[in-house]
Every structure is written in C-alpha cells, then in structure tokens.
Ligand binder design. Structure first.
Ligand SMILES: [Zn+2]
Length: 557
C-alpha cells in the first residue's frame, strides 16, 4: 500500500521538474519529498526498522526514475552493511624501557586498551613526550602542544579532570577526546592517559556505538554478549589509545625531572603542569588481540552514480553523502508525565508524540541529496562522475559511512572529495539572524584548494550565503568535525566539507518536524553544494591535499 503512494509521488515530481541541472533544485521539490521522509509513516527511520526500509525504497524509486546508475552490491542500489558484534581476547602488552630498567604491563593489569584495538602488530617508539593535560583550548589559555611536534611519538598526559578554566560541563568532549586528539590530530603513534570517570557518557569516541550486549533468545539459543560493535575491518592498524593506572605512571616518570607523585598532586589541584620529554624511555607496543564475531546485523546504504562526461576523468568521483536514518520512536507509554522508552529528548507538552521524525536530522540531507542526484542525472554532466551515498546508521555511530570507507563500491582513491550534508534545514538556535548562514566544517583541513573552491562557488551565487566556520575551530566544544559521516572519509585522507545549519532546541527531540524547516534556505544551500560539486568535478586535477589542518575558525567570515 505505502509503496503505491510512493510511486505516485515520484512520477508527479518528475513531471514538475524535468530537465535537471541547478534550477531543478527547488524548495517545492524538497518539501514534497521531506513531507514523506519525515512523516509518521516512516516511524522515525531507526536503522533495522520497517520505516528505515521505506525511506530507502523511496530514494531507490526516485533514482530509478531519474536513470541514476546503481552502485551498490551486484548491480543494485543497495550496499549491505554488516554490523559485527565482536568479543575480544587480548594478549597485548606494553613494555617500558626506562634508562635500563624494563617492565612489561599486560592489558588489564596496569594498562587497558580498548576492546577494538585494531589489527595485530608490534612496534617500538623511542620518543616519549609528557604533554601535561594534553589540551589545546585557546579560550582557556591552554596550549599544551604549542610549538612542539609529537608526530610519531608517544604522547602521555595526566589530569583526568583537566586544569582550572577548562570546565567539564563545557569541554566534556575535548577532555574525553584527548587520546584521539593526540593520535588523530597531532599525529602521535600512541597516546597514554589516566581513566576519565564517565567518559563513555553520550560520547562516540572509541568505536561504532555501544556494545551490542543484548543477546537474543529464541530457538537458536542465546547470542553471546559482544564487547564492541563495528562495521570496520578488524585487521586495520590503529594507534594505541591506552588508559594507564598509578603503577604504570610511577614507573614511567621514575627518571623524569618531576616525579609522578608531584604531577598527580598538581593535577588533582588542577594546577599548571610542566611539559617535558621523557629522556631515555622507549615503549614497545605489542598489540595482540584475538577477535571472535558473535553477532552480525544487516542494514543498507543506498548508492548511485551519475557518470561524468570526460573519458579519462569519469573514473574519478566527487562524492555526496547524507544519512537517511534517525533515532526512531518510543515504544513505551506516558507514565507519570514521562514518555517511556524515548530514543531522544521529549519536548515539554509533546509527551503524546512518540515519533522522532528527524525532519532536519537528517531528513534535510536525505532529500537535498535526492535533489543533487536529480539535478546531475537529468542535467548537464561535468567531467568527473558523481557518487551519491545515503548512509545507514549514522545515529548508531557512523555505521554506513565507516563501512563504505572500508568496503567502498568504487576505488576509495578515486574519490577526490566528499561533501556531507547533515541538518541544513533550520536556523541555529532558531535565531532569525542566522537566516542566511550555513556552517562549514573541515573544508580547509585536508585541502586548502577545496576550501577556496567552495568560497568561490558561494561568491558567484546570485545571493551568496554567509559562510561560518565556528564549528571548524579545533577546540569547538561540540567537536562536530568528528560527529557525522564525512569523518569516515576524512580518516582515509579524502578532502571533505561538512555542511550544516547547526543545532537548535528540536535537535534529537520529538519535535524535529517538517513544519519547522526553512525550505528556501535549504534549496540555496543545496545549490551551493551543487555548484561546489560541479567546480570540483570539472577540475583537471584532484583538489590538492596539503593537510594544513583547521585554520578557519571562530570569527572567520
Ligand atoms: Zn545527523
């Protein structure tokens, strides 16, 4: 029944906007599609649910009608994403050689590695840096990495609570993300710090979603509880992210200019810490896990290609992405004024609304991506090919994009740029002053050229948007750079831009609805993404990857 209705919608929109190209990207088209994608019929589009499947089928029907080429598995539009529940047996050790004295610490006694520690490998590092609190927070005058390079070194930090001025409420993500910051942003070969109480709360660092502990009963028997859930290859080497206890640190600092006892006291008082290299210390990491897959869940990305016009360049791709899942619906009833089983926030006075429609998150990106596919499929073809991926399970830990980056359906090296769209339908915090603003995250980090191309595309628009880079600031407390699907591509070295209009009171609430979407603004942002894509697709070379890191930030206009 539902599918029939879908097909009627599809044919109506084809008649309304035949011709494709930039001018086919209209508020009317976006509104028509979003009205279905964010309707109650789709049940909040939680991954693994019927509503999510309906959304995928709706996208597929349109791709077929426009003649976009299927680019999933076996000539279909769907790529199956295998979500693995994994148990780990760790034989890993860390051996510290400290000025002639040697101690070995086994995983689980003195040191702890994450359950997903990457593939087996063994390596020794002879540069170990104590980086104090391990924080760069200019707003709080904290610059522990300033003027030094820890590239290829082991970065060691202390002080779970951070220093005075970097309060846990504002900087929770920055404080809990210090190992990741050291290895991923500063290029350290490994990072070592103390345990942070409640570090897991609400965060996604360290893996794809929560461990799939809920075993299912039934005829086949109970599925064992998993230690972690992942969609990524288990043999990929990872920089060790180590949590260590007092015994480890005491030995590590035993020949240091300041001993551990004193450092620990200063850190407990949240006072300034000295920074120094640990002379005469080498550390050998023996990463030796055995992984057992105990559970496999299946979901799907929707993938399509529009071929480019240049015989040579059409084997390279400009990729566009959005996630078509959201958080679903509440299964419980209203009890004592509370909606039980809510998968997100419940807006006061809306306790009876059990469906999280996700009109902005990321219904807006889902239909913007449809508009882009439509515009390219029926409009003029640029030189490079265009790749469209509607990702599954972003809300559960970037499942679809992480899977696609590890198991791409086109060669990953052939993707010259990825443009990600997540929440482009609102004004940040509902402020009317934001009506012309779109936030760009990551555009300058990997390719300055891509950043400049996007700015030039905007400047050439009939009515340029205000480009704001506040969330690109490396110390932005929301850490948006790591929180949507582009990050999976950036981790493979692909230049990315993340487009968003920012957070608002309905973010992850049951009131993120179509009636609150600014369709004119959304169409203009989608046109900017189209123009940026066309410019990159017509370049005679891939955007240069100069990897200069985030420069545009707070206050950059
Ligand atoms: Zn989202």
């Amino acid at each position: 029944m539902k599918r029939t209705i879908v097909l009627i919608f599809a044919s109506v929109s084809i008649l309304a906007a035949a011709g494709g190209g930039r001018s086919s990207i209209t508020p009317t088209e976006l509104k028509e599609w979003l009205t279905y994608v964010a309707s109650d019929e789709l049940e909040g589009r939680a991954v693994y649910t019927a509503g999510f499947g309906l959304a995928g089928a709706y996208i597929e029907d349109h791709l077929k009608a426009w003649g976009a080429k299927p680019a999933g598995d076996n000539g279909s539009y769907l790529q199956t994403v295998r979500v693995l529940g994994v148990r780990t047996t760790s034989h890993s050790t860390i051996t510290v050689d400290n000025n002639g004295e040697t101690k070995t610490f086994a995983d689980g006694s003195g040191i702890t590695l994450p359950k997903n520690m990457g593939g087996k490998r063994r390596f020794t590092v002879d540069h170990v840096d104590f980086v104090g609190y391990g924080l760069d927070v200019p707003a709080a005058n904290q610059a522990d990495y300033k003027g030094k390079s820890v590239k290829g070194d082991v970065a060691v930090w202390l002080g779970a609570n951070g220093p005075k001025g970097v309060d846990a409420a504002t900087y929770r993500r920055v404080l809990t993300g210090r190992n990741r910051y050291a290895t991923e942003t500063q290029g350290a070969a490994a990072a070592i710090g103390p345990a942070i109480p409640n570090a897991g709360r609400g965060g996604r660092a360290g893996g794809a979603g929560a461990a799939g502990g809920e075993g299912q009963g039934g005829r086949g028997g109970q599925i064992p509880a998993a230690d972690f859930t992942t969609v990524q290859r288990l043999d990929t080497p990872m920089a060790p992210s180590v949590t260590a206890d007092d015994a480890f640190f005491e030995f590590l600092f035993s020949h240091a200019p300041t001993k551990y006892d004193e450092l620990k006291k200063k850190a407990a008082a949240q006072d300034a810490l000295p920074l120094f290299p640990l002379q005469g210390v080498t550390i050998t990491f023996n990463i030796d896990p055995d992984y057992q897959v105990v559970r496999t869940q299946l979901t799907q990305n929707v993938v399509a290609i529009v071929e480019g016009s240049d015989a040579r360049l059409k084997s390279t791709y400009v990729a566009f992405g959005a996630h078509y899942d959201h958080v679903g619906y509440a299964e419980g009833e209203v009890t004592d004024g509370r909606l039980l089983g809510a998968p997100g926030r419940v807006t006061a006075g809306h306790e009876q609304d059990r469906i999280w429609n996700g009109a902005d998150d990321d219904g807006s990106g889902t239909v913007a991506l449809m508009a882009l596919a439509h515009a390219f499929a029926e409009g003029p073809r640029p030189k490079r090919s265009l790749l469209f991926v509607w990702h599954a399970g972003e809300e559960r830990g970037l499942l679809g994009s992480r899977y696609f980056a590890d198991y791409p359906t086109v060669p990953i090296d052939a993707i010259v740029t990825q443009l990600n769209i997540d929440m482009i339908g609102r004004n940040r915090d509902d402020k009317p002053s934001e009506a012309n603003t779109v936030y760009l995250v990551g555009s300058d980090r990997i390719s300055t050229e891509l950043h400049d191309i996007n700015r030039a595309a905007n400047a050439a628009m009939p009515k340029p948007l205000t480009l704001d880079y506040e969330f690109n600031d490396p110390t932005d407390s929301e850490s948006l750079y790591t929180r949507s699907d582009h990050y999976s591509y950036a981790a493979k070295g692909i230049p990315i831009i993340f487009f968003t209009t920012g957070l608002h009171p309905d973010y992850h609430a049951n009131t993120d609805e179509v009636s609150k979407i600014e369709f004119d603004k959304m169409a203009r942002i989608t046109q900017l993404i189209y123009d940026t894509g066309v410019r990159v697709a017509n370049l005679d070379h891939p955007p240069v990857r100069d990897n200069l890191g985030p420069r545009a930030g707070k206050g950059t206009k």
